[in-house]
Design a protein around this ligand. Structure first.
Ligand SMILES: Nc1ncnc2c1ncn2[C@@H]1O[C@H](COP(=O)(O)OP(=O)(O)OP(=O)(O)O)[C@@H](O)[C@H]1O
Ligand SMILES: [Mg+2]
Length: 406
């Protein structure tokens, strides 16, 4: 199996590229031999070339700061350069290309080293190495210099290919994230909804089973059994889970509205009767001015009940012991107006802005679906829902629903 590096480039591909470049440039085994013949003679002069080379890189004001200082980086850089200069006297190998050329290529792309530096620096290396070879005064100097130029051309091709691979990778990454960004919020939410719905379905039935079993265990226990509170606690938690699951289902797959005519005040009385029995709402008073009056509308009664329940619970959860939640209903021929007002903690502008977002919650045990379900229900009924809230000043939620009565 061929080893793929991070760019998906493998040694076989590298080797093929080398062969193609050699052919293109006309780099022959004779050239290889010519370069090898001066490798040992040139070796002692390489540190000088490295200084020149680094000098060129550093002279540009845009050069990355790491080239200018950093002992450790300098040492590593010098060593890498020396290895590279030595390798110029050898024909490139696929394996070496993968490692030597692509690793720096990647680093250069990452530190945003402008490529013209590298190309200029390679040109500097060529000039210096030519000087060294001339200084060695070997036999067949012209042939060797020609081989060096071809070898440098080959190197340039390889380095540029390294850049290309890494830039391609970058571009692919960018395209990927752009595509992801295009998955609009709505689509994301639809996906979440689907997921939530299937999850909720999976949870619902086992939950009912567990709850039934625990109830039986509870019933069989004597009233003073020491584990009775635990059983009650478990049942409470199951109820909480069940409510969350129901919320999820409603949010993900709202049932089609079934319209009937009903009395809004009657529904509110039912909601309050339930809420008042809740353990943690005992110290909150619910003041409802519609007691005894009628406020008829046409719509889905179950959904409207859910809407009211969510609003009243939110108001109560924002309140502290001794606070009151005020509920009013009013209306004219066209529409009814429901208001739920509390004097609780209120919302910051950020919370207010996000309150209707599904799954947005500031509560440890919230699912964050309450208000988004409310909004859906109101939309189905072609109404409107508005929140007026200031931090520390309480919250007033106003729901307007057309009566839809004929
Ligand atoms: N009456 C209110 N007073 C202050 N903040 C509120 C009120 N109603 C809603 N919020 C804020 O809006 C957020 C979203 O409310 P929403 O009803 O959608 O979810 P939740 O109440 O957190 O959880 P869930 O309703 O699913 O149990 C709440 O977490 C809370 O921060
Ligand atoms: Mg809520």
């Amino acid at each position: 199996m061929s080893r793929l590096n991070r760019t998906g480039y493998n040694n076989a591909m590298a080797q093929r590229l080398i062969e193609e470049l050699k052919e293109l440039i006309g780099f022959t085994p004779g050239d290889e031999k010519a370069l090898r013949s001066v490798a040992d003679g040139a070796a002692p002069h390489l540190p000088w070339v490295i200084e020149r080379f680094r000098g060129v890189l550093r002279s540009d004001p845009q050069a990355p700061a790491m080239l200018a200082d950093g002992e450790e980086f300098s040492a590593r850089h010098k060593q890498a350069l020396e290895e590279w200069l030595r390798s110029l006297f050898e024909p490139p190998e696929g394996e070496a290309l993968d490692h030597d050329r692509h690793a720096p290529g990647r680093a250069h792309v990452l530190v945003k080293l402008p490529q013209h530096y590298v190309i200029t620096a390679i040109e500097v290396a060529r000039q210096e190495l030519e000087g060294i070879i001339r200084g060695l005064n070997p036999e067949g100097a012209g042939r060797i210099l020609g081989a060096l130029r071809k070898r440098i051309a080959l190197e340039l091709g390889l380095v540029l290919d390294g850049y290309m691979q890494h830039y391609a990778e970058r571009i692919r990454e960018r395209e990927r994230s752009a595509v992801e960004a295009k998955l609009t919020r709505a689509e994301h939410l639809a996906e979440i909804g689907q997921l939530a719905a299937s999850l909720a379905h999976e949870i619902k039935n086992p939950l009912a089973g567990i709850s039934g079993a625990i109830e039986i265990i509870g019933e069989e226990m004597p009233p003073d059994a020491p584990h009775r509170p635990i059983v009650n606690e478990i049942l409470g938690q199951i109820r909480r889970l069940d409510a969350a699951v129901k919320d999820l289902l409603i949010y993900a797959r709202p049932a089609p509205a079934r319209a009937t005519s009903f009395d809004l005040n009657e529904v509110m009385r039912r909601v309050l009767a339930v809420v008042r029995t809740e353990q943690d709402m005992q110290n909150i008073s619910f003041e409802f001015d519609g007691v005894g009056t009628k406020c008829e509308i046409r719509g889905d009664e179950t959904q409207i009940e859910q809407l009211m329940m969510n609003l009243v619970i939110n108001a109560a959860q924002a309140s502290v012991a001794g606070d009151a939640v005020h509920i009013t209903t009013s209306g004219d021929e066209e529409e009814v107006v429901l208001e739920v007002a509390d004097s609780g903690e209120g919302m910051s502008p950020e919370v207010l802005r996000r309150a209707f977002e599904p799954f947005y919650t500031t509560k440890a045990k919230g699912t964050g679906l309450g208000l988004s379900i409310c909004r859906k229900i109101v939309e189905v009924h072609r109404g409107a829902i508005d929140i007026d809230s200031n931090l520390g000043d309480g919250t007033r939620v106003t729901v307007r629903l057309p009566r839809m009565l004929d």
